[in-house]
Design a protein around this ligand. Structure first.
Ligand code: SF4
Length: 438
């Protein structure tokens, strides 16, 4: 008789890139016959994939490790915070192992040591598309690791190293398997999506019976042929981004760009050392919208960056009102240990940061409300994320999961998660739409 399968409990924290790392580890563990369990007690070992981007994320990671130690005691730590092992060892000297991001092999070695795999040669537990932590109808597709930029507030290149792109053929094969397995929406992620392929000089890579260049435009075009929604995240406004806008206008990839602008004031952008030519960005956005009037742009911003003056902030608000971005997130600057930004200018007092954040959010709420009001009366395909009989929560082409607003759907027939249904938009509020299935 075979030994019972060892059980692993898994906590995945952080951004979509960390989620992809978790999926890879879990896929490998399942292939080796490990079982996943939702509870720490009763598991043979617990893996915590941490996030170390901001101090608040580190605190959350330490909290998750503490919980796993209290409930189980056999804990393996990996992910971004693993790049600072002393911070973890000081608090939890008994964790079994600590590794940094993408160190899949070391995580697996640690699991093998803590709880060797049960051998069952007759079982192939892994579906060909791997194990996904996202619901079955959408999946994150990670096209590269690391980043060649050196934004002054960011320690990701220190943690994850320089850009390493996956050959286009590899990415497309993974995407094809996902679509065959029922995935309806592919979310392309990386640290800097538009830089894709620079490190390998856009080399040709074989895909089906031809070759495809490892390049942002070529990959987007090919992904657009697979029959799923394709959503592009973390795109910087490099000049060649203009090339993908016609693909959006033709309906091959979603008319959606996630561009983390972070600021608009030239002085702040300079001290942030942001990639992409930020001059004339408003003009570029205007041209993009001429080519693809439906284009939705989502972005994130930082207020209270060291040295940000009242003039810089006022410039940002004016810019925001001109740009009329559809979806926007805003963070108050947090000094990340080891980030050069901490020394580029005087720190902005906490109460000033808070007031600027409030002013920013109020300005964006007004923009968002107006942008959404323009959708009332339209018929849109809505992908259902969460169905509950005749009511459901979903998203249109203009909203990404987790980060953007929701479309609340009512229907006369029961809806299922993963369905794409045509709906009429009845009304809108500041951030959400309300629609009826037709
Ligand atoms: S582009 Fe800038 S913020 Fe993004 S990962 Fe690279 S260095 Fe960090």
């Amino acid at each position: 008789m075979n030994a019972p399968a060892p059980k692993v409990s898994f906590v995945s924290l952080g951004c979509p890139k960390a989620l992809v790392d978790s999926e890879r580890i879990i896929t490998r563990l399942r292939a080796e016959g490990y079982e996943l369990t939702k509870r720490h007690d009763g598991a043979d070992v617990v893996i915590v994939n941490t996030c170390g981007f901001l101090d608040s994320a580190k605190a959350e990671s330490l909290g998750a490790i503490g919980e796993a130690m209290a409930e189980n005691g056999r804990v393996i730590v990996t992910g971004c915070m693993g790049a600072e092992p002393e911070a973890i060892r000081d608090r939890f000297p008994d964790v079994l192992s600590i590794t940094g991001p993408q160190q899949y092999e070391s995580v697996l070695d640690a699991v093998h040591l803590a709880s060797p795999p049960a051998h069952d040669p007759f079982l192939d537990l892994v579906p060909p598309q791997g194990i996904k932590l996202t619901p079955r109808h959408y999946a994150y597709l990670k096209i590269s690791e690391g980043c060649n930029n050196r934004c002054s507030f960011c320690i990701i290149p220190k943690l994850r190293g320089d850009l390493v792109s996956r050959p286009a053929g590899d990415v497309l094969r993974e995407a094809e398997k996902l679509v065959r397995a029922g995935v309806k929406e592919l979310l392309v992620v990386s640290q800097d999506t538009s830089a894709y392929g620079i490190d390998i000089k856009y080399q040709d890579s074989s895909w089906r019976d031809r070759s495809v260049r490892t390049r942002f435009f070529d990959l987007s075009r090919e992904l657009g042929e697979l029959g799923a929604w394709v959503r592009l995240h973390y795109v910087y406004p490099y000049p060649h981004v203009d090339e993908v806008i016609p693909l959006m206008a033709e309906g091959r990839v979603l008319p959606y760009l996630d561009i983390p602008f972070q600021h608009a004031s030239p002085a702040v952008l300079k001290t942030m050392r942001r990639p992409g030519n930020q001059e004339k960005t408003l003009e570029r956005i205007r041209r993009w919208r001429e080519i693809c009037p439906d284009l939705a742009i989502r972005s994130t911003f930082i207020v209270g960056f060291p040295g940000e003056t009242e003039e810089d902030f006022a410039y940002l608000i004016d810019w925001l009102r001109e740009a009329k971005l559809d979806r926007v997130g805003c963070f108050k600057y947090e000094p990340v240990r080891g980030a050069p930004a901490n020394d580029v200018g005087p720190a902005v007092p906490e109460e000033v940061k808070q007031t600027r954040w409030n002013r920013f959010m109020a300005a964006q709420r007004e923009i968002s409300r107006k942008q959404l009001a323009r959708k009332v009366g339209r018929r849109l395909p809505i992908i259902i994320d969460e169905a509950n009989g005749l009511v459901a929560k979903g998203r249109s082409r203009y909203e990404a999961p987790e980060i953007d607003g929701t479309v609340h759907v009512t229907s006369r027939r029961p809806l299922r998660t993963g369905d794409i249904v045509t709906c009429r938009v009845d009304r809108a509020d500041d951030y959400d739409l309300f629609a009826t299935a037709v």
